[in-house]
Design a protein. Sequence first.
Lengths: 317, 317
Amino acid sequence: MLAVRFDGAVSVASVDVPVPEVGETRVLVRMAGICSTDLEITRGYAAFRGTLGHEFVGEVAPDADPAWAGRRVVAEINAACGACDRCAAGLGRHCAARRVIGIRDHDGCFAEAVCVPTANLHAVPEHVPDELAVFTEPLAAALEILAQVPIPPGDPVVVLGDGKLGLLVAMVLRRHGCDVSLVGRHPRKRAIAAGFGARTPEIAALRRGDARWVVEATGSSAGLACALELVAPRGTVVLKSTVHGASTLAISGVVVDEVTLVGSRCGDFAPALAALAEGSIDPRVLIDHVRRLHEAREALVLAATPGTLKVLLDARR
Amino acid sequence: MLAVRFDGAVSVASVDVPVPEVGETRVLVRMAGICSTDLEITRGYAAFRGTLGHEFVGEVAPDADPAWAGRRVVAEINAACGACDRCAAGLGRHCAARRVIGIRDHDGCFAEAVCVPTANLHAVPEHVPDELAVFTEPLAAALEILAQVPIPPGDPVVVLGDGKLGLLVAMVLRRHGCDVSLVGRHPRKRAIAAGFGARTPEIAALRRGDARWVVEATGSSAGLACALELVAPRGTVVLKSTVHGASTLAISGVVVDEVTLVGSRCGDFAPALAALAEGSIDPRVLIDHVRRLHEAREALVLAATPGTLKVLLDARR
């Protein structure tokens, strides 16, 4: 089968079809999404080697457990050990021994087939098209914010960054009823944000120290300092950017203003799939390009081009 | 009257007795405590000029409002404007126009008398001696942690730093029923901590990524990195050190592990005074030296000597 491999360089290679381990199920990939994390990995993040990709929708292989065989599915990306204290506490996404599809010690989904823990599968309702279902993982990550931080509906929230993640976060917060100000530089992305009811102010127009809630989704190490300028005393900054290396942080400001910083990563799939199924969030407006699997190298170059939003890989027969 | 002034250098000077502004009351100082913030100010922090000091117990001047005249009191240190949105929201300690006794735009308490907002006064119960009441402000700051962060009684907590603040925090958490591990370098301070039931492990004996709760009270810019090594995924680091300048922060670790950082500064006086009055916390074990007001320069040198805990100034007639 075809797979998009990374071994220090990206190649589209012909490889053996993966064999499920105990507890795993093989899924025939239909569509996959390129995430900024994939691009970071191709720049050395997480020292990953293997098949790239973690956002996908597929169809369970016909030789799988009959309960699943042939069903259209998405799958959570963390493969936890299931035996440690964190797993026992329901924190499998933080299992120290976890493998992560396409990110840590486990081949990913930019391929014709991927194996995933059967426990991670979620059936996709029939009326949800592949182009929508493929957003389940990043949408779950955006919804995670509301699972961690009790932002009241109606509250103003500043979202820093108008990339894929920032826009998804803004969509989620709009759906929640928040008054969202999305800060970004690209007129096209601002137009998308305005389309779902977000404000798109210039950052200079925002009052310093006035924001009760700030979500940092710039993907830049400079984003934190900007967030701390905007946040109000006793306010909260949600950190969504997995930026490499170190940022500088003026601790005394955080202490004196009693600011809270909350790191936020992956989320539960069920509420994301429900939001897609009921149509209350439609991220398809973020799709800029769709390429076939054998065009994956071009797709990754497109995805890395400044200003590009979502690039999908189509692996359907 | 005598006052300990800072104008780039510390001096004990004879100055005019301060005149209360509208809404203020003059308090004759009985005892005052030297805080690390005072030492930081003498090194340039906050660009403060004037009479130093913010921790004190005193007696309201006889010519004050009869409701207060002659009463022994402590006083909260933030003088809020009372008119802005934050004051209206009960966040006077974060009022942008606030003055702070001995820290920002308002003379402090290392003097024979200090003026404070009348609204900030708290009467000290008769059976609470001056040496105990003078700890109300730092104890309130330690108790603020539990007002901000819902640490369950019985939970293990790591406190980094065995200085005055770290020990007070450890006392507060022990009183709350936590299993406290205080990390510090000084055998004498460890003995104090052991005296009130805290563990005092070597930092090397603590498992990385295992602490649900960490309080950073080292007063050092290196403390944050240490706290982030110890904290567990989904854990919380409370930041108590008002350290100058910038620390470096590896954001991706905070995001991937979904760690929460909470800045924590001042607290309400009422619960602190109540804890002192009921005898459930007795910080007098932290007192290393007591000096008279005219010996304040020596007292500040003592307070700045590594290993020293609390130094008090006695201004009683």
